[in-house]
Design a protein around this ligand. Sequence first.
Ligand code: NAG
Ligand code: NAG
Ligand code: NAG
Ligand code: NAG
Length: 689
Amino acid sequence: MRITVAALTSSLLSCVHAAVTWTATPFNPAAVPLAVRSPYLSAWLPQGAGTALNAAWPTFWTGQIVGWAGYIKVDGVAYNFLGAPNVAGAQKASQKSFQFTSTQSVFVMTAGPVDLTVTFLSPVEPTDLVKQSLPLSYLALSAAPNDGKSHSVQLYSDISAEWVTGDNSLTANWSTTTGNVLTHQVQLAKQSPFSEVNDHIQQGSAFYSTHSTTGTTFQTGQDTVVRAQFIANGRLPNTQDTTFRAVSDRWPVFAFAHDLGTVSQATPPVVLSVGHIRDPAIQYIVAGGAIQQRSLFFLSQFSTMSAAISSFLDDFSAALTRAKNFDAQVNRDASAISSDYASIVALSIRQVFGATELTISKGRTGKFNTSDVLMFMKEISSDGNVNTVDVIFPAWPAFLYANAALGKALLLPLFEYQATGQYPNKWSVHDMGASYPKALGHNDGRDEAMPVEESGNMLIMTLSHAQRTGDKSLLTTYFKLLDQWTQFLITDSLIPANQISTDDFAGSLANQTNLAIKGIVGIKAMAQIASLVGDTARSANYSSIASSYVSQWQKFATASTGKHLTLAYGNDNSWGLSYNLFADKLLGTNVFPKSVFDMQTSWYSTVANSFGVPLDTRHTYTKSDWEIWTAGLVTSTSVRDLLISSVRKFAADGLSSQPFGDWYETTNGAVEGFRARPVVGGHLALLAL
Ligand SMILES: *[C@@H]1O[C@H](CO)[C@@H](O)[C@H](O)[C@H]1NC(C)=O
Ligand SMILES: *[C@@H]1O[C@H](CO)[C@@H](O)[C@H](O)[C@H]1NC(C)=O
Ligand SMILES: *[C@@H]1O[C@H](CO)[C@@H](O)[C@H](O)[C@H]1NC(C)=O
Ligand SMILES: *[C@@H]1O[C@H](CO)[C@@H](O)[C@H](O)[C@H]1NC(C)=O
């Protein structure tokens, strides 16, 4: 990771604390996930300390608005329930409740005598590659009288062209297709494959769709015109505006209305889908520097986008059932730790999966090659790197928990690329490319160097994948690379040279205690890998090296008081979160003695600030992912709960309105520069044990 100036400056937003009048379960997060399924389908409600669904526009993770408006008419009176459009003739619905689970954000909006339940469902389908790879999200609307009487009800929603670009001065074009499914499709008139502007992809299309049923109407046109049309008439004229123009030129919107007629009890949901799809999706470097173009996996099953969208809409009720089961399972598992923990996990899951895309290539025959599945992850906000090893690593527990086999698809690009021999360094590469969605490697070897960090990470993740799945293919196919990285760790991890770790924003340092832990666990992981492939001599050798390093390390790394580990050898007053010990526990390698875990546990109980334990003695900030990893390794339940409740307190403190930031200040709970990053997968650390 690397910090950008934009990320730093945008963290200091001032926020107005509105009075919250609704019930929030489990709490109001800084930003609510609305449609979060890929790096480019990422719509949130910026909430701060309490902003209703109709008090702000939904925004992309960067904070840029993605127009999404909703109205309901009840007995001829129009109410705005979604977004913040400014069109005369409508009042605001009043938010009654808000709830989030791992896959859903559900709002109840009161519109006079009718309550409208607004469900945003972003499926997480870790065991179904087709469904997981489809970058579509549901909006489901159900109306019910709140006064026991019958009422005439019409619904309306639209999206703007802001969903397709990071530059609203660019020209969009659009079309509407009718049939069983009504779909508005919008895109930039000039496509720029594989390029981003302000983190939005400048390629592909946004799709807004619904089933065509009696009483469903549509319109495309200027925002104020189309919305006023519904406010006045409760229906739309089925007309299209074909004056293609800039996104911000008389803001074109893409709208549907549904006439529910007379409503006397809760209606079956009106279902819409919103998505952003491009093809090809990813550029990927293969042997000899050739560039392969990869497609989202679902295209191997559907020949057209419209077939995929139809299937997605038809699947709503089954998808909702699966989502509820998944939510319940996660909630049960995480609640076994604590309710604070369950709420952190629920807020993290869409965010981690929403940074990834599952892809497939076409083989030599021109047909999709179903044995070639690769997952790509965008680092998000700290920079746009592709498959950053030290970002996959903190997020890794989410994959172990949800489906460890997906972890292989995430590691494979790194293995395949380095096995081609194009990467020149003897340690593991940092990432697959400087800028998503271009996984073009680093043939010049000048990626951000984190030699011990990334080599240890790869060894640890590879072993844990094999342990969880029983699949040894990565071990056998890439044994040479794994052993190469181990040689580097044997040389450089007991006395780590001056270098950065994943916490690069804290600066570089020689002899980092926590980095040495990672390297030593990495060596021990290779001992187990060797054993799993039957190389017992190598296994015994690396095991004994790891053990001898641990005894030497204990002398280097323990403060002279014997009360804690240092941040760096010899600096007695320094300390930090030694979260890499969690890897020793996760793998069951047990190279570090229990006394070290006990010592750190006691120490952390004495140095916590009101929002948790600082990352290390150089600063008072911390990282939520490492805070929870540490909660996973401490040997006392009360210290574990102290760490968890600190992160929960930060997540609910309303001091920002950006998607879950993992880097924050322990003294006052203010967020630092990061947001929406997949590293929040690390919040599942206790579920991965
Ligand atoms: C919109 O622009 C794209 C890209 O230039 C083009 O392929 C498509 O035909 C256009 N669609 C419409 C409806 O004009
Ligand atoms: C399909 O992908 C696998 C895994 O990358 C590869 O080994 C195989 O050669 C590919 N097949 C074709 C026909 O390209
Ligand atoms: C790192 O630690 C070792 C062992 O204590 C010591 O010999 C060496 O001087 C240290 N290196 C630096 C740069 O502090
Ligand atoms: C153990 O591994 C180290 C590092 O690869 C190597 O230098 C050493 O020769 C090995 N020892 C044996 C007995 O194989």
